[in-house]
Design a binder for this molecule. Structure first.
Ligand SMILES: Nc1nc2c(c(=O)[nH]1)N[C@H]1C(S)=C(S)[C@@H](COP(=O)(O)O)O[C@H]1N2
Ligand SMILES: [Mo]
Length: 237
């Protein structure tokens, strides 16, 4: 798929729901809160006994490992790109923001599913703090882990459209099943974007970048697996 193809998918999938020129972020948020469909939520009785891990379980990055040894006390998340106020958030600052907890099902393309209880800050809250510029169309998640099998040694990355970025169930999750997010599941924060498949759920997120186009990210298809293995960018469940 070419980059044009990728943009075409974004346009057909989200259509008129993308952030239009001159439309305020607040209006878009309200429209989505009203009109966006929610992923199914489950009850405590439905929880999987264990939420297994897949892909990287321990990033090889020495800086990330140093943060892990100190309980991520000095770690921070950078939010940058097409925003009016580029900001870094410590884990404590993310914990202090309004939180959401949701029990959802994770579906991996490799053929397994698990139901987990996620707690985190809605990405929309974080974006409201940095004030996206009107040209921003995608949120890109840059992760700490280097992938072994890629064409080049590169870190995991993923991206979603602004519709999913502002969706009320889209979280920067720091908790799983009532405890701190385990390292194998993406500590200290991982994305939950509940209407899409497992590979979109970026773990070990250390930077979020808002962009107008995916052409400058990796090889232009919006994610590590999209660029390396032809996975679809919009991975609706
Ligand atoms: N940074 C990073 N994020 C990642 C991956 C990875 O290898 N590295 N694997 C993806 C895949 S394919 C799946 S199914 C889920 C697995 O999440 P889990 O380890 O919490 O089960 O994370 C996704 N996010
Ligand atoms: Mo997956």
């Amino acid at each position: 798929m070419t980059l044009a193809g990728c943009d075409r998918i974004a346009a057909t999938t989200v259509g008129a729901r993308t952030l239009g020129a001159g439309e305020s972020l607040t209006a878009t948020v309200h429209r989505w809160l009203a009109a966006g469909t929610l992923a199914q939520e489950f009850t405590e009785a439905d929880l999987s006994p264990e939420f297994r891990a897949n892909g990287t379980e321990l990033p090889d990055d020495p800086a990330w490992q140093a943060h892990a040894r100190t309980g991520f006390a000095h770690w921070s998340l950078q939010v940058t790109g097409l925003v009016q106020r580029p900001t870094t958030f410590t884990l404590a600052e993310l914990h202090a923001m309004p939180a959401r907890t949701q029990i959802t099902r994770h579906d991996c393309v490799e053929g397994w599913s698990a139901i987990g209880k996620w707690t985190g800050v809605p990405l929309a809250q974080v974006l409201a703090r940095v004030a996206p510029q009107p040209q921003a169309r995608y949120a890109v998640f840059h992760c700490a882990d280097t992938m072994p099998g890629g064409l080049t040694r590169e870190r995991y990355y993923e991206s979603i459209g602004m519709d999913d970025a502002l969706h009320p169930q889209t979280l920067l999750a720091y908790g799983l099943n009532g405890a701190d997010l385990p390292i194998k599941n993406g500590a200290p924060i991982r994305l939950r974007v509940e209407r899409q498949l497992g590979y979109k759920q970026a773990k070990f997120v250390q930077k979020i970048e808002l962009v107008a186009s995916l052409s400058g990210i990796g090889r232009g298809k919006g994610g590590y697996w999209e660029d390396n293995d032809g996975y679809q960018w919009y991975a609706g469940v």
